[in-house]
Design a protein around this ligand. Structure first.
Ligand code: PLP
Length: 368
């Protein structure tokens, strides 16, 4: 009999993050049908827990069958019609991906571009949006390619001043730090399961404000992606009319991952991630390395970016971490290729002890 034996990695990268045994066990539970009442019970539990983590009262909190990019594509395909103006605030790879998707959907895209790693102030957002008067505005909360955290209200305050729909990518932040969709006045937000929620990849939680939902219902043209048409997906989850076959085992995993977060307590979990991050920074600076994002308040707590020191080969260092410690981290790409290490402290790995253990392993692998 042939059985696979994947290596046991310590996932200190930007995602997928470490998955707890109870989540794997949930995935091995018996299959049910896509219209089975038990499946919809699981879906309801998931939606309730996600509502807390999103920080919203929105009735529309759902899960798409696809990775984080499906949430991104769904947000653009459903809320921006061809020819409508979309402003994207971009200072990293995922901002650029949003803009590219917008262009492919025929939007009239204006990219407010800054160098990778920077973020936007409210004054900058007001200046651009006052001039462009867009239909929709999109930005990334936690830009995984740089480690920079955008203050959402800097953009949403300016966007609502001109009546635009606000779309936020919280793919890396959801589940690891507080998100306040309602208080931040975000209309559409999407995430993934394999980062802050510590589940396997494959699903995309998404929430939509009642105002944005009304605009969706008033669309002139049908959503161009049948598979990600939120009206059809809503019909499946609410009226239980078949749309597609959801990956049931992945829903079990998400249910279990969210239950683990609920049992720990979301606030306690966020505080644990913050403590692990602070310990990480303290130790990294203690060995005379520098964080890539200079200001503490602009750093993503669960995804640290560290400057590769002069003369160090980042690929070699990462290979040694895997070979000698089974530790996976990621490097930079695009303009940051070879310049940064991207190190996640998420889910079960987000502890002060693990931060210390990781920095010890890094010191070893930076040496000859
Ligand atoms: N947005 C951000 C900020 C991300 O970090 C990622 C993935 O790393 C994505 C979107 C795309 O998510 P996925 O790879 O799950 O499709």
């Amino acid at each position: 009999m042939s059985v696979i034996h994947p290596p046991r990695r310590l996932l200190f990268g930007p995602g997928p993050s470490q998955v707890e045994p109870r989540v794997y066990q949930a995935m091995a539970q018996p299959m049910v049908g896509l219209l089975d009442p038990y499946f919809f019970e699981i879906v309801d539990e998931i939606r309730k827990d996600l509502r807390v983590l999103f920080g919203t009262q929105n009735p529309f909190v759902h899960v798409l069958s696809g990775t984080g990019s499906s949430g991104m594509e769904s947000a653009l395909a459903n809320f921006v019609e061809p020819g409508q103006k979309l402003v994207v605030f971009s200072a990293g790879y995922f901002g650029e991906r949003i803009a590219e998707m917008g262009r492919r959907h025929g939007a009239n895209v204006f990219v407010c571009q800054k160098p990778w790693g920077e973020t936007f102030t409210e004054a900058q957002a007001r200046e651009v949006l006052g001039r462009e008067i867009p239909h929709a505005v999109a930005f990334v909360h936690a830009e995984t390619s740089t480690g920079a955290l955008q203050d959402p209200q800097a953009i949403t305050a300016a966007a609502h001043g001109c009546g635009a729909i606000t779309i936020m990518d919280c793919v890396t932040s959801l589940g690891a730090m507080p998100i306040h969709i309602d208080a931040w006045a975000v209309d559409v937000a999407f995430s993934c399961t394999q980062k802050g929620l510590s589940c396997p990849p494959g699903l995309s939680p998404i929430t939509v404000s009642p105002a944005a939902l009304e605009k969706l219902r008033a669309r002139n043209t049908p959503c161009p992606i049948w598979y990600l048409d939120l009206k059809l997906i809503l019909d499946y989850y609410e009226a239980h009319r078949y749309h597609h076959t959801p990956p049931v085992s992945s829903f079990y995993a998400l249910r279990e991952g969210l239950a683990a977060i609920r049992e720990e307590g979301a606030e306690k979990r966020f505080a644990r991630h913050q403590r692990a991050h602070e310990e990480f920074v303290r130790r990294i600076e203690g060995i005379n390395l520098s964080m890539f994002v200079p200001e503490c308040a602009r750093r993503i707590p669960n995804l640290n970016t560290v400057q590769v020191p002069e003369g160090v080969d980042d690929v070699k260092t990462r290979k040694r971490l895997i070979a000698e410690f089974g530790i996976e981290i990621a490097g930079g790409f695009g303009p940051l290729a070879g310049q940064i290490f991207r190190i996640g402290l998420m889910g079960p790995l987000a502890t002060e002890d693990n931060a210390a253990m990781f920095v010890g392993a890094l010191v070893h692998c930076l040496g000859d």
